[in-house]
Design a protein around this ligand. Structure first.
Ligand SMILES: Nc1nc2c(ncn2[C@@H]2O[C@H](COP(=O)(O)OP(=O)(O)O)[C@@H](O)[C@H]2O)c(=O)[nH]1
Ligand SMILES: [Mg+2]
Length: 470
């Protein structure tokens, strides 16, 4: 047994490397992994972004040599939507679970400023779903259908001019979340020299706008040569077709025109075959880079939730400590909020109480004023009542006097004797009758009374003189 440090991984410092004297058998580990992966199958998710009718569906069918469901979308959607379709494809004994996500209505709205938003939201939602699964107490990541986007094929219109604002905006908002591979759709509609110029223009615009696109890895020596070359083909000029055309005695996927045939799988006609090859050879790298994008998403989300690995004084912090610190922070925050709410409530109550007190004061002063007026009125009424009572008393007194006088008069008048003797009414006795009528009414006013009294006195005098004469 001999120790060696040669080719040691930096992480293995402090760990001795020994050579084996005989076969052990752990060299079968990669085979086990391969078998397990084959049994489990592979998952790959593609996002196609491009205007309606740019050839997304045709390219997907051309890339995977099959005809996927294809229901053409309209140009009249009010906003950008995403359509997700998942397929299981098998080649030899390898199973591929392929999810194709396509934009619908992209670039069809008058205002395209927010066209990228539903796409960004979709990509984030897939990260969030994975994070939720990862944070579950009972999780099943092995059987979980991972929908995180591994590659985004961004379809550029073959205008031959430059990128549109919507292209720059969308790619800029996605380049930190997903591997972007730009492709020029319907590349058969642009001439060979124009295409080369167009490709250069696109690449320089991407660089000048700081948009990062996926670069095929060149650090692995087995693929570095081809990948370096392929990076020079970016953006891929792609042609797609749903149909097969008979060329010689073979049926090939192609587009037939009056002037000739464009073969999808012919590298001198378009880059579709290059794109397919690069996707297949770098599928694992695309998946790995997606995991890196997910890691940064996860990091941001957990930091927002208050989780961290390093505590105060740069000491590492355990999950339990993080949870405890967060709980404490939450309790303090809650207490602070409660205090604030209580204060606000008390302020409101005090304010209301002050308003009520003022209103009560106003009511009281009004009541007091009313009471005072009432008292005054009462006093005035009392005085009036007293005057009236005095008047009534005077009246009664006068009335009594009058009545007594009248009774004296009536006793001494011949009228009574005349009446009793049944004699006829004489003209001279008329005032006597009137006098009795007045007495019966009993509602004579004082002025009238005194008038009548003087009349009665007169009568009395007349009567007495008459009596005297008689
Ligand atoms: N010239 C040309 N036409 C294409 C190409 N790919 C698709 N088409 C045609 O463009 C139309 C829309 O294609 P489709 O794949 O449904 O577009 P999507 O709306 O982006 O999915 C169809 O008539 C296709 O035959 C291409 O590479 N070149
Ligand atoms: Mg389509």
């Amino acid at each position: 047994m001999a120790a060696s440090n040669a080719g040691r991984h930096p992480q293995n410092v402090g760990c001795r490397t020994l050579s084996l004297s005989a076969h052990v058998g752990f060299d079968s580990l990669p085979d086990q992994l391969v078998r397990k992966s084959i049994k489990h199958g592979f998952c790959f998710n593609i996002l196609c972004i491009g205007e309606t009718g740019i050839g997304k569906s045709a390219l997907m069918s051309s890339l995977f040599n099959t005809n996927f469901d294809n229901s053409p979308s309209t140009h009249f959607l009010s906003s950008v939507r995403l359509r997700t379709q998942t397929y299981e494809l098998q080649e030899s004994n390898v199973l591929l679970k392929l999810t194709i996500v396509k934009t619908l209505g992209f670039g069809d709205q008058v205002n395209k400023a927010d066209s990228y938003q539903p796409i960004v939201d979709y990509v984030d939602a897939q990260f969030e779903a994975y994070l939720e699964e990862e944070l579950k107490v009972i999780r099943s990541l092995f059987s979980y259908h991972d929908t995180r986007i591994h590659v985004c094929l961004y379809f550029i219109s073959p205008t031959g001019r430059s990128l549109k604002t919507i292209d720059l905006l969308t790619m800029r908002n996605l380049d930190s979340k997903v591997n972007i591979i730009p492709v020029i759709g319907k590349a058969d509609s642009i001439s060979k020299t124009e295409l080369q110029e167009f490709k250069k223009k696109i690449m320089s615009e991407l660089v000048s706008n700081g948009i990062r696109i996926y670069q095929f890895p060149t650090d692995d020596e087995t693929v570095s040569g081809i990948n370096t070359m392929t990076n020079g083909y970016l953006p891929f000029a792609v042609v797609g077709s749903m149909e097969k055309v008979k060329v010689g005695n073979k049926m090939v996927r192609a587009r037939q025109y009056p002037w000739g045939i464009v073969k999808v799988e012919n590298e001198s006609h378009c880059d579709t075959i290059k794109l397919r090859r690069m996707l297949c050879t770098n599928m694992e790298d695309l998946r790995e880079k997606t995991r890196a994008y997910y890691e940064s998403y996860r990091c941001c989300r957990l930091e927002k939730l208050g989780c961290r690995d390093i505590g105060p004084e740069n000491k590492s912090i355990s999950l339990q400590e993080v949870v405890e610190a967060k709980r404490l922070e939450f309790c303090l925050e809650k207490e602070e909020k409660e205090k604030k709410i209580k204060q606000q409530f008390m302020q409101k109550v005090n304010k209301k109480a002050a308003v009520l007190e003022e209103a009560e004061q106003q009511v009281l002063t009004k009541f007091e004023r009313l009471m005072l007026t009432h008292q005054e009125e009462k006093l005035k009424l009392g005085e009036k009542k007293k005057i009236l009572e005095d008047e009534i008393a005077q009246f009664i007194e006068k009335k009594a006097i009058t009545e007594s006088i009248l009774s004296q008069v009536s006793v001494s008048t011949p009228v009574v004797s005349l009446k009793t003797q049944g004699l006829q009414k004489n003209q001279d006795f008329q005032p006597e009758v009137q006098c009795f009528c007045v007495r019966d009414e009993g509602t004579v006013n004082v002025g009238e009374q005194s008038e009548r009294e003087s009349e009665k006195e007169k009568l009395e005098k007349e009567n007495s003189s008459r009596e005297f004469q008689e």
